[in-house]
Design a protein around this ligand. Sequence first.
Ligand SMILES: Cc1cc2nc3c(=O)[nH]c(=O)nc-3n(C[C@H](O)[C@H](O)[C@H](O)COP(=O)(O)O)c2cc1C
Length: 313
Amino acid sequence: MMDWTDRHCRYFHRVLSRHTLLYTEMVTAPALVRGGALHLLDYSPEEHPVALQLGGSDPGELAEATRMAVDRGYDEVNLNVGCPSDRVQSGTFGAILMKSPDLVAACVEAMQSAAGDVPVTVKCRIGVDDQDPHVVLPDFIARLKAAGITRIQIHARKAWLQGLSPKENRDIPPLDYDLVHRMKAAHPDLHLSINGGIATLDAAMDHLKVMDGVMVGRAAYHQPYDILADADRRVYSVDNPVLTREDAVFAMEDYIGAHVAAGGKLAQVTRHMLGIFAGQPGARRWKRILSDGGHRDGASFDLLREALPPRAA
Ligand SMILES: Cc1cc2nc3c(=O)[nH]c(=O)nc-3n(C[C@H](O)[C@H](O)[C@H](O)COP(=O)(O)O)c2cc1C
């Protein structure tokens, strides 16, 4: 999620779950290919399995960016056809591409040629503006399938490109889970994931009775423990011991130590950990101490020890 997640967030989420697939925030192909912003591809090996999400609409540029991702060992390359922000519309990226399925097909064909064995996937909406999702989504999926795509993540609401802010576009257009479930029934051969408004692991499990996958955005960020800590056991039937919240904090000690020793700020990592005690005693104090102190020069893992709820310190 742009401006929210980064490699530090993914490392922390991986502490909580070994098997869930983690996605990068959208990285635009022009930033990589024309801007040379190669640092955007950096990640830690512990983050696997990790998918790079690309934004763009130029097949050649997306192919080049895909090659860079594959060279760096990403497990999947995903094309964003869901982001509604103005910035992104101006570059013809994201949700507006729902209106150009042939261009999307050309993009993913170019990406697949560059990706070799690494899967190329697409994240999309159910439609944009005045499109009828019941017409547009089936056609869009059929077009992707004809282009060789086998895995799609569907944000189960339209994006309204005029008049709504990106934030409003994540809440105001109504969710249509039923339509997405019907797409799965129509395409047993595709791996289809559902996204949007799924706020608990229980709700994710319900969708998994129908769908192949569930993508969780905001809830995973704000309540990472509640979404991720038991996901390996419940979703993947892997008997990983569930870490306590405190153990998850201490599992970050070496990573944080190395980050700070290399000149990084503590808060760059801990800002993603503020929600670990969400709903628990001491949650507010934890957040306050880390938010107040994490930016200070010299702040180290000791601040997390100080901030831990008392029974765990
Ligand atoms: C701050 C923020 C940034 C986002 N950035 C991206 C992004 O880079 N790529 C993407 O596919 N979706 C992005 N999204 C959308 C989420 O991935 C997700 O589709 C949306 O929030 C609905 O799912 P949720 O209710 O589980 O959060 C972003 C959402 C937020 C809140």
